[in-house]
Structures are given as C-alpha cells and as structure tokens.
Design a binder for this molecule. Structure first.
Ligand SMILES: O=CC(=O)O
Length: 328
C-alpha cells in the first residue's frame, strides 16, 4: 500500500543525526505513508492534507503554531520517549490533537543508564580508562580509589517506572534505598525493592551516598536540585542526573563540585546539550558526562517505535490511546 491508502505520518528525517532509524522504516511503512519534513516542505500544499500523525524522534520536527495550523487532518503526535518538556501540550491540545509518549519502552534502558553512571562514577571508570590508555598503567593507588557501592545508600528522586527499575537494580547491588515521589508507592512495592519513603527531599539528600534524579522536567521541578539542596548532601555523595539537565542548577553544581560540597556528579543530561566545548563541567575530574544515552539501545528504540505505532493507530481509530499524555 502506498500514498493513497495509508494515513500520512510526518517524521523529521530518516537516518542522520536525529532522524528515525533506518531499521524502523519498513515497520512504519506497513502502517503509514511516511513523509519526511523535506518532502513536506517541497510539496506543502499536497502533503499538508495527507498528514494525520507526527512521530517526534528526539524532539524533531519542532511543533509550533504555524505547523499545527498547516495540518488540517492531524490527529495525533507520538513522542519517541517519556519526557514531553519539549512540547507545548496546551497548544497541541488546543488544535484537538492527541499526544502520546512511550513509557513502557524506555524504563529498563534508562534505568540501566542510571546504574551504569552510578557504578562508573563510584569506581572511577572513565579516569581509569584514561590512565590505562595514557600512562601505560602507571598510577598511584590513591588516584583510582573509588567508593563502595555495596551497603551504600541510594536516594531516588522520582519513583515512576524508571525510578522503580533503578531500585530493583540497586537492590541487587545490596544498596539501601530511599525514595521521594509525589505519591507514595504501595507497601508491597516498597517491600519488594526494600525502599524507604522520604516525604521530604531534604531527609533523602542528607542521608544518601548517591542521589539519582529521575523526575520529569516541569515548572515545579525546574532547578529542583540547587545550591541549598547540594549543601544538604554529604560531601562524600554523588549526584546522578538522568532526567533533564534543567532539573539541576548547573551553575550551583559547578561550584559544589569545585569546592568539595559534593564528591562527584554523573550526568546524562545537561543544558544545553551538548555543552559548549569550553564549559567548566567538561574540565572537572569529578564529573562524568554522557550524551543523553538514556534510552539508547537497539531494543528500546525499536520498542519505542512499536509503542508509538500502537498509540497512533489507536488515536486514528478513535480508540483509547494506551500512553496518552494530557496537558496538566
Ligand atoms: O530522554 C528520554 C526520554 O524522554 O525518554
């Protein structure tokens, strides 16, 4: 089936830095007539009527008023991840367009990224790699002493599906687990991972050896971890951020890392992404930075596309959308 019979799905591009993956194209084409942004712009008049859905891959294409106005048949926008902070939900909803994200597909891979950062920072893997490749294994032992993970306390801020999977992993590493969440988990869920609820973030910050930030970015969580919060943390503690850069006050973080307020940070997210080459965070020895690896495994990215297709088809058929996101 081709252009005439299948609903039009607008994507930014195929391949390239931010385009949908080549390996997903055949699957998408089973259900949709794929239209790239380039094709759309080249033949805007004809294409704008065809587009019934948009698949956002890494926040692209940018959804603004002008684009929404030009798509009279648009019914749904599916996002290739869980965070929706790049989308003006109210604006999209005002056009009668539904929205969906992909929470099921991303939780395991993102939890793995969090644990990988925790372990890498605790055991100084990146510094160790540089020692191994640069000085022929000559180093003083003091240069590579890490901190023990077993028996340490992990404080998880945000206990949704990703936070919970981090707790499962941390339990296997024999960590003590504290968590803070807007709503408390059920008692049997807490017991299953051995997690203790902290009603206030402050108590968690004061007690944790590792603090992992897993909340969505909203006006309420913007710079949730600032100077005050870092000063509450132990000087031996490590901050790990796998949510969004802006949940942590980056300027305060630089100072905290430079002055020994906290031991280290491991960041999969920053603002902006990527950081400018001369940014201080890139020069500090006690920081690990990865380029928003979060969900990026072959399996998770494919599952995201499957989840997106499921959501889009439900919306186009007037059925309940499994991972619908409503404007708050
Ligand atoms: O950043 C990743 C996501 O939003 O799922």
């Amino acid at each position: 089936m081709g252009e005439g019979e299948l609903p039009g799905l607008l994507v930014d591009e195929i391949g390239g830095k931010h385009g949908i993956l080549h390996g997903h194209v055949a699957f998408l084409k089973k259900h949709f007539y794929l239209i790239t942004m380039k094709e759309f712009l080249e033949d805007r008049k004809r294409m704008s009527k065809k587009v019934q859905a948009i698949y956002l891959w890494w926040h692209k294409p940018v959804i603004d008023q002008e684009l929404l106005q030009s798509l009279p048949n648009l019914k749904v926008i599916a996002n290739s991840g869980v965070g929706m902070d790049h989308l003006d939900l109210k604006l999209v909803a005002s056009f009668g367009v539904k929205m969906a994200n992909a929470p099921r597909a991303v939780s395991s891979s993102t939890a793995d990224t969090g644990m990988a950062l925790l372990l890498a920072s605790a055991r100084r893997l990146v510094e160790g790699y540089h020692i191994a490749v640069s000085s022929g294994m000559e180093y003083s032992e003091a240069d590579i002493l890490g901190v023990e993970v077993t028996g340490a306390t992990l404080g998880i801020i945000g206990m949704g599906s990703i936070g919970y999977k981090i707790a499962l992993r941390a339990k296997a590493f024999e960590m003590n687990i504290l968590y803070h969440n807007r709503t408390r988990r059920k008692e049997q869920e807490e017991r299953a991972v051995g997690a203790t609820y902290c009603e206030k973030i402050d108590g968690l910050l004061q007690r944790a050896d590792f603090v992992m930030v897993v909340v969505s970015l909203t006006p309420q969580t913007h710079k949730l971890i600032g100077k005050r919060e870092m000063e509450l943390m132990k000087p031996t503690a490590t901050l790990i951020n796998i949510s969004r850069g802006a949940v942590v006050d980056q300027e305060a973080l630089v100072t905290a890392l430079q002055t020994g307020v906290i031991r280290a940070a491991a960041l999969d997210v920053t603002y902006p992404e990527p950081l400018p080459r001369d940014h201080t965070l890139l020069k500090l020895k006690n920081v690990i930075i990865t380029p928003h690896l979060g969900i990026k495994t072959d399996k998770a990215t494919y599952m995201i596309t499957e989840e997106a297709v499921e959501n889009i088809l439900a919306a186009l058929n007037g059925l309940p959308i499994p991972s619908e996101v409503l404007p708050s």
